[in-house]
Ligand binder design. Structure first.
Ligand code: ATP
Length: 370
């Protein structure tokens, strides 16, 4: 499933040059973005980056200051929220406390004037879908957080929207329940064949659930890509730093061409790596490398002149599944390396204050141009 790689595939949702201003503050800034049918799409960014505003414009609760939003081939600017084939599930769930689970789920259908027997049938389907058949007669306060979340989900799916918008859907759940519910949501989205757009500030959540992620900052999309691409090939310092742990080594391009690049004086490393459209010789550039791609060893690597530097163990953290090493390089820079404990030497492991080598392979990191 990767319609975005097909140049002929028609997007299901398009934001075209969308800007949203509140007074003189620009919350969404000339943003263009395509989302495909049946995609599980995540908008990821720090608080205030404009992700909820983007979702609210799609739902129809806010109007763009300028630009177009196209849904299934139609410009939806003039369509009121309740007539859009879009439904939104809020973080607070907003369940009616005095209504039972089944009347909460059937609420929107009653408002639409659907016949009673059809409502009953649809509500029963929804209860089954979210595995709450036994809880139909309960009130929200008689449910756990996870069950309430499922009622809210059932309610927002009852009208069979084509697109479900989820604003921090798992924010109120504890860690374990959140992880379980992530997989339930993914299953549900697949089974129903719907398009999900989820807003989250939790990168792990976005990485786990989404087909693609848009990383946002200050009302703009910085990168749109699959979780693996975002993690392994961030397009900027911002994305590299925002997603996961990273070391950024700074230096100057000493040679560049044929898809290869050499960075000199990069915090003590001479870096040689592959780089598509590499910056020209003489320009400053960074190199982003994840902790698990840095190798820490007592012995010097075979070729210690490139992609290697010496330092001293500054700190060690044991995390159960892995061990984290902070190495103070001779250049003064501290880098973070991690190693799975299954791969760590049991006898005579590397310890505090030891002199070590830090090295990495030719394709272990990415060159940053900014
Ligand atoms: P969070 O995760 O905190 O909800 P967000 O990325 O979803 O953040 P938005 O809710 O989209 O951010 O808000 C983006 C910016 O626009 C914020 O700085 C916010 O204060 C501002 N903003 C949002 N709604 C309004 C409004 N109705 N009037 C004025 N400013 C607003």
């Amino acid at each position: 499933f990767a319609p975005w790689t097909d140049p002929d595939a028609k997007p299901f949702i398009t934001f075209r040059n969308v800007t949203k201003r509140f007074g003189d503050f620009t919350a969404v800034d000339d943003l263009t973005l395509n989302i495909y049918h049946r995609e599980f799409f995540a908008l990821l960014g720090a608080s205030g980056c404009g992700k909820s505003t983007l979702l609210r414009m799609l739902a129809g609760f806010e109007r763009p200051t300028s630009g177009e939003i196209i849904l299934d081939g139609q410009d939806i600017a003039g369509i009121p929220p309740y007539k859009r084939p879009v439904n939104m599930m809020f973080q607070s769930y907003a369940l009616f406390p005095h209504m039972t689970v089944e009347s909460n789920i059937g609420f929107g259908l009653r408002q639409d004037g659907m016949p009673k027997n059809e409502i009953a049938e649809r509500v029963a389907q929804m209860l089954k879908l979210v595995k709450l058949e036994k809880f139909a007669k309960r009130k929200p306060h008689q449910l756990s957080g996870g069950q309430r979340q499922r009622v809210a989900l059932a309610r927002s799916l009852a009208k069979r929207p084509k697109v479900l918008l989820l604003d921090e859907p798992l924010g109120a759940l504890d860690k374990k329940l959140r992880e379980e519910t992530q997989f339930e949501l993914m299953d549900l989205q697949q089974d129903l064949g719907l398009t999900f757009v989820v807003v989250t500030h939790d990168q792990e959540e976005a990485m786990t659930m989404a087909d693609r992620i848009a990383v946002m900052s200050h009302g703009k999309v910085i990168q749109v890509a699959t979780p693996a691409e975002i993690y392994e090939a961030p397009n900027s310092r911002f994305v590299a730093d925002f997603i996961g742990d990273v070391n950024i080594l700074d230096g100057k391009v000493s040679a560049s061409g044929n898809g290869r690049i050499e960075l000199a004086a990069s915090d003590g490393f001479t870096i040689r790596t592959a780089a598509a459209d590499a910056p020209a010789a003489g320009s400053a550039a960074g190199f982003a490398i994840r902790p698990e791609k840095l190798k820490v060893s007592r012995a010097a690597p075979t070729d210690a002149t490139v992609n290697a530097a010496q330092g001293e163990i500054w700190d060690i953290g044991y995390l159960g599944d892995m061990t984290v090493f902070y190495v103070k390089l001779d250049s003064g820079k501290v880098v973070k390396a991690s190693m799975l404990n299954a791969q760590r030497e049991v006898e005579n492991p590397i310890a505090y204050d030891e002199k070590v080598w830090v090295s990495f392979g030719e394709t272990a990191g990415v060159v940053l141009k900014d």
